[in-house]
Design a binder for this molecule. Structure first.
Ligand code: 26Q
Length: 840
């Protein structure tokens, strides 16, 4: 392995961070632009972005190296956050904010008559995630850096991130997201830490020199995992932690073998196959379930990351694994990296020579698992047959884990074979499958849900048998979002106003935001809050005009639902309300009217037909509503294409009303709800996921609650009669009629038939019509409340002031106190660790 000469004095390389006044930034920027990139000041803005990114990156490097050393000292307990997704978005503005260089950078750019915001908007989003789960991982990394916890993120460096969504004739069209095409200044390739990953082959049992039998995995096809490190900056604390992303690359020996056999082109093909592993992020799509390449990605991440951790361990401790379990914890972000359970067993036994019991003692004390879904159909399963040929050694290990586990179940519940069948990691049936969630639970010391209701429902529903066996393993960790990106960076106007009133501490100590509550009754403050909101609404309106060519008037109520398109999230219910408002306008029922601009955004999984139909419906309804002269600005509807992190940075500060309208008991937590709340939006929502905790925090008077509760949903299914609901509710009858008669599909007959049928079906799992009346009534209360400006402003301020609980700093502190048990490693000026000279 790559090792620095121990004689060499590492301090020689410790150059100081470059000066950070605007002169220094301006001159570095100019140098990068001209000497390094060979461009000039008036070049394409992309190069200006690149030069500025390199300039800022220079101001990260020393602290990054220093942080790594602090976390790498002997005896430091560390956590590794394993996730197939990190939805980072843009980085430049975030680093500038965290380093405290906003003013200096702005000044430096102004010297060249350049606009900082324009330059920052050149950066392409790092879209390495589908939605909530991936963005949560990115917010977690931010909070870990802020809290100075020794945590390393491990993920995959996909060549293509989440697809780019275009809208053609109202339909979603997917385009590849080649985000690395122009290079990525935020990554550092570390080929010296590459690892070998094996696939296929077969398992042989050999007897070693001490007469012990051992398994060897032979005849494998191998792939290299090359790490790329991405810096994660803490907020003004000289702490830069690491997100290590793996990229697949062909091994040279693999190529050579083929080459010697005389087939050059096949050798190159093999190289291609290897590199395919990290080519594309899989969309969260049932029709993609069971794809071989996705399983390869999952194993690739698990194996590369574990090997990396074991290498660092041996660098510090040698081959003594006695204290490994007290110094290391692996966190599994959903079941996606769960193969880590079996892979750690394999590495410890087959590569490090440990016996089963010792390896299991370590593994089961080092793994922790977070579940993110309550939908049984979304639980990951893989065919045993796929494992047999792709990961034969792991399958053996999983069988053994299961056999030992089922013996334990049988001891606890003798004779209860039903229960053994239910709890088995292997699902028997026509196709035998591996239940990844069960493997994760059996292999972990902690299992958590992501909101109070969700965790409760896991224990008494989905994972009930396991809860009965190991109640102490189960716990809740309510999600959060980082206030740095989602308030300080995304909403500078509001941030300045908050800071003026309560000081600056709230950014890193978000509980302090509560002090803002005192100003809700101050009319002068309310007016300023209003002015900030209006400016943010204008920014959002400009964006809507740019992407949708729909004009939003900032005096109207901005009503927003942005999230992945899914039936359980019920964008359809939102559309029923829009159609109802349209119907009211058409029949002249507009007394006490509140003008509304409704914005919807989100991606549908490419194979999810219903979700794609919903997008088409939104666009068709928008076409009718926006072009009807009788509507005349009373109502607007727009679908914003390609919703993602950087769009949300403009959307959430400009929103008045946040739509969180999932069928109760289906949304594990939701996190957009928190971003909206922090930015002073009021929520209309069901009693679901984190909405419940949001309402607890802000109070019923500042939240528009509607709909069935989770327990009622279960009962309702038995008696659900949508036909009767339609018959008995005139508003609903009229809405359904407009839909059925083709009012929104004039030259496209029957395209919405499937959607209409699903709404009318007694078997509708999402009970959309059951909540129609209560939703419409709640929306009416919203409209009235919005007409009383000071009342609305009070609610808005209360929402921000009560959002203290929803910072990921709080979430991560709970993970740390309850699960990881790490010690913060603040930078200490005196003893900035110069002792460890090994680069590990
Ligand atoms: C699985 C197998 C094959 C291909 C893709 C997938 C896959 C990928 C992503 C399955 C699920 C996801 C993402 C799930 C997700 O984002 N869940 C959301 O997690 C949030 C953070 O905890 C919660 O707030 C949301 O409620 C939950 O829906």
């Amino acid at each position: 392995m790559y090792n620095l000469n121990k004689e060499c004095n590492d301090e020689l390389f410790d150059i100081e961070t470059p000066a950070s006044d605007s002169d220094a930034i301006a001159s570095d920027f100019q140098r990068y632009l001209t000497q390094h990139l060979g461009r000039f000041i008036g070049c394409m803005p992309l190069y200006q972005y690149e030069a500025l990114a390199l300039t800022i990156r220079d101001r990260i490097m020393t602290d990054w190296r220093d942080t790594w050393r602090r976390y790498d000292e002997q005896g430091v307990r560390r956590a590794y956050y394993l996730s197939l997704e990190f939805l980072i978005g843009r980085s430049l503005g975030n680093h500038i904010l965290n380093l405290g260089l906003d003013r200096e950078t702005e000044e430096a750019m102004n010297r060249f008559a350049l606009d900082l915001e324009g330059i920052m908007s050149e950066e392409v989003d790092a879209g390495l995630g589908n939605g909530g789960l991936g963005r949560l991982a990115a917010c977690f990394m931010d909070s870990c850096a802020c809290l100075q916890l020794p945590v390393i993120g491990y993920g995959i460096r996909y060549q293509y991130g989440m697809f780019r969504q275009e809208i053609e004739n109202g339909f979603q069209v997917e385009e590849p997201d080649h985000w690395l095409r122009d290079g990525n200044p935020w990554e550092l390739e570390r080929p010296e830490f590459k690892n070998l990953i094996r696939f296929g082959g077969r398992v042989e049992t050999v007897t070693d020199s001490q007469g012990k039998s051992r398994s060897v995995w032979v005849d494998t096809a191998n792939v290299l995992a090359i790490p790329y490190d991405v810096p994660i900056s803490g907020y003004r604390n000289h702490t830069i932690t690491t997100l290590r992303l793996w990229s697949a690359s062909a091994t040279s020996d693999f190529n050579l073998e083929e080459f010697n056999a005389g087939s050059y082109s096949e050798a190159v093909e093999a190289k291609n196959d290897a590199e395919h592993i990290t080519m594309v992020l899989y969309p969260n799509d049932v029709s993609e379930n069971g794809r071989e390449l996705r399983l390869k990605q999952q194993y690739f991440l698990a194996s590369a990351s574990l090997q990396d951790v074991l290498r660092m361990w041996e660098n510090n401790q040698g081959r003594d694994y006695a204290s490994f379990k007290s110094r290391n914890v692996f966190h599994l972000n959903d079941t996606h990296p769960t193969l880590a359970v079996a892979e750690l067993m394999r590495l410890l036994m087959d590569e490090k020579g440990l016996a089963w019991d010792d390896a299991w003692e370590i593994t089961s004390h080092c793994m922790a698992y977070t579940n993110h879904t309550l939908l049984p159909e979304a639980l990951e399963k893989w065919p045993v047959a796929l494992f047999e040929y792709l990961l034969p050694r792991l399958l053996q290990i999983i069988y053994e884990i299961n056999a030992r586990f089922l013996r334990m179940v049988a001891m606890k519940w003798p004779g209860d074979t039903q229960r053994q069948r239910r709890m088995s990691i292997i699902e028997e049936g026509e196709v035998r499958q591996i239940r990844m969630a069960y493997l994760a639970i059996v292999g972990s010391f902690s299992v958590n849900g992501v909101a109070a209701l969700h965790s409760r429902l896991l224990s008494c529903g989905l994972f009930r048998d396991f809860y009965e066996l190991w109640p102490e393993r189960f716990n809740n960790k309510t999600n959060g979002v980082t206030p740095r990106r989602w308030v300080a960076y995304a909403n500078p106007g509001m941030s300045a106003l908050i800071t003026e009133k309560i000081g600056h501490d709230w950014v890193q100590d978000y509980g302090k935001i509560a002090a803002l509550g005192a100003y809700a009754d101050d009319e002068g403050f309310r007016q300023r809050w209003h002015a900030v909101k209006q400016a943010n609404k204008q920014r959002l309106a400009d964006m809507v005009m740019h992407y949708c060519q729909v004009e939003f008037d900032t005096d109207a109520l901005f009503d927003v639902q942005v999230k992945r398109i899914h039936e359980y999230k019920r964008q359809l219910l939102n559309m029923l309300h829009v159609i109802h408002l349209y119907d009211r306008i058409k029949r002249g029922d507009i007394e006490h009217w509140t003008n509304r601009c409704v914005l919807i955004g989100g991606k549908a999984a490419p194979g999810y037909r219903m979700a794609k139909n919903i997008i088409k419906l939104v666009n068709n309804v928008a076409e009718v509503v926006n072009n009807d002269p009788q509507v005349n600005g009373l109502l607007k509807l727009a679908f914003i294409p390609n919703y993602g992190v950087s769009k949300m940075e403009v959307i959430c500060p400009g929103t008045d009303l946040s739509e969180q309208i999932s069928t109760a008991g289906k949304e594990a937590s939701g996190t957009c709800n928190m971003k909206f709340m922090m930015n002073g939006a009021v929520t209309i929502g069901t009693y679901d996921g984190a909405n419940i905790e949001i309402m607890d925090a802000v109070g019923e008077d500042n939240f528009f609650l509607f709909g069935l509760r989770a327990e009622e949903v279960d009962r309702e299914h038995a008696q659900y009669n949508p036909g009767l609901l339609i018959e008995q509710d005139e508003d609903l009858r009229r809405v359904m009629h407009l839909l059925r008669c083709g009012h929104f599909s004039t030259f496209e007959s029957a395209i919405f038939e499937e959607l209409i049928d699903s709404l009318q079906s007694p078997g509708d799992p999402w009970l959309t019509l059951a909540d129609f009346r209560s939703y419409i009534d709640a929306q009416k209360r919203v409209s009235l409340a919005y007409q009383d400006r000071s009342c609305w402003l009070k609610m808005s301020i209360a929402n921000t002031a009560c959002s203290g609980h929803f910072s990921t700093d709080r979430t991560i502190s709970e993970y740390n106190e309850g699960i990881w048990k790490l010690q913060a490693r603040p930078r200490d000026e005196q003893s900035r660790s110069r002792t460890a000279i090994k680069e590990t």
